[in-house]
Structures are given as C-alpha cells and as structure tokens.
Design a binder for this molecule. Structure first.
Ligand SMILES: CCCCCCCCCCCCCCCC(=O)SCCNC(=O)CCNC(=O)[C@H](O)C(C)(C)COP(=O)(O)OP(=O)(O)OC[C@H]1O[C@@H](n2cnc3c(N)ncnc32)[C@H](O)[C@@H]1OP(=O)(O)O
Length: 165
C-alpha cells in the first residue's frame, strides 16, 4: 500500500497475493500498481538495473510479466466495476492468464519509467479479453492481446482450487 498518501491501487485489495509481478506480499517482486484512468487501466513502473536484457534495455520477459500482471489485475477490477461494486467487497474474483500475445515494437529503455495502458475489449462468461499498450519515453514500444480467465470466485468456493492462494 502507498503509505505516503493512502492512495490505493488494484493490488492493495488482493489479499494474500504472493505473485512475482503484482503481489504485495512478495519481497522480491516487481510490485506493480494499477489504477483506472477512465476506461483504461494504467500502471507506471520504474525498472532496476537487474531487469535489463541488453545493457540499458529492458528484458522482454520482464515486460511480458508487467503486461500479464497489469492485465490480470485489470480483469479483476473490471469485473467488480461491471457489478457496480468496490474492490473491497465480496465475492472475491481472481484471474489467471489464458493467453498472452506480446508484440515487441521497439527497444525499451531500462533507465526510464514505463507506462502500461490496458483496455477491456470483450467479456464473455469467465473470459476477459484486453488490449495493452506499453510505452517508454512517449513511444509505444510493445503491445499485447491478453485473455484472462476467472479461476476463483469466493461465492463458489468449494475448497479444492490451485488458484485459491
Ligand atoms: C482467497 C483468494 C486468494 C487469492 C490470493 C492470491 C491472489 C492471486 C492473484 C494472482 C494474480 C496472478 C497474475 C499473474 C498471472 C499468472 O501468472 S497466471 C499463471 C499462468 N496461467 C495459468 O497457469 C493458467 C493455466 N491454465 C488453466 O488453468 C486453464 O486452462 C484455464 C486458463 C483456467 C482455463 O480453464 P478452462 O476450465 O479450460 O476454461 P473453460 O471454462 O473451458 O473456458 C472458459 C472460456 O475461456 C476460453 N479459454 C480457455 N482457456 C483459454 C486460454 N488458454 N486462452 C484463451 N481462452 C481460453 C474458452 O475457450 C472459453 O471461452 P468461451 O467458449 O466461453 O468463449
């Protein structure tokens, strides 16, 4: 949680989340923070030297992880939004990646903040389809089509579910 101004991000409502990209309970994680900007969700993230691929360029797998986690958290937030309820309300929904298709357009600086902007393009049953743009220094350096599948719904919790924690 951001202690400076008490602002809360999607990830602050994902209790028990140890995910490498978006978990607030992973000491070694990337700790992305996502929020709404109108119909789009936005994530601004600053890299560290250890996440480079080529010297001074961001590693493509790290970029994919950022996109993946930003979009899974977006799918969750969007589902709550569709139901007209806040992120701290029940039931809890969680999403896993079904498909992540990243197109790398230009080299991405590892020394400057990046911005991810995702938009939901389709919701059908358990499936949420999103487009995500990845920007560095004002230029789009990657884009992705992402499909999230709802894998946990606390209102239908029957116990055995590998996605439960
Ligand atoms: C108490 C709570 C504590 C929680 C506290 C922690 C919170 C924690 C949050 C962590 C957030 C991590 C965010 C990081 C993101 C990952 O790292 S997730 C890890 C990587 N992904 C995986 O491991 C998923 C592995 N795959 C699977 O488990 C299953 O294949 C899936 C994806 C869940 C799909 O399950 P399924 O039963 O086959 O789905 P099914 O009902 O048949 O299909 C539903 C729809 O989805 C479509 N679909 C199925 N699979 C796919 C696919 N792969 N691609 C595209 N579409 C698909 C189907 O065609 C169908 O579409 P329609 O016919 O309705 O149009």
């Amino acid at each position: 949680m951001n202690e400076q101004n008490d602002k809360k991000y999607f990830q602050d409502y994902m209790n028990e989340n140890v995910c490498f990209g978006c978990g607030i309970h992973n000491d070694q994680g990337l700790h992305i923070k996502s929020e709404w900007d109108g119909e789009e969700s936005v994530c601004v993230w600053e890299s560290e030297e250890k996440y480079h691929g080529w010297s001074n360029l961001m590693n493509g797998g790290v970029m994919a992880t950022l996109i993946d986690c930003h979009c899974m958290c977006t799918a969750m937030a969007h589902a709550y939004k569709l139901e007209g309820r806040a992120l701290n309300t029940m039931p809890e929904y969680r999403y896993a990646t079904g498909t992540l298709n990243v197109k790398y357009l230009k080299p991405t600086s590892n020394n400057d903040p990046v911005e991810l902007r995702a938009k939901v393009t389709e919701v059908k049953g358990k499936k949420t389809v999103m487009h995500c743009g990845f920007y560095s220094l004002g230029e789009k350096t990657a884009e992705a089509e992402v499909i999230a599948i709802r894998v946990y719904d606390s209102s239908q919790d029957s116990g055995a579910n590998v996605f439960k924690s």
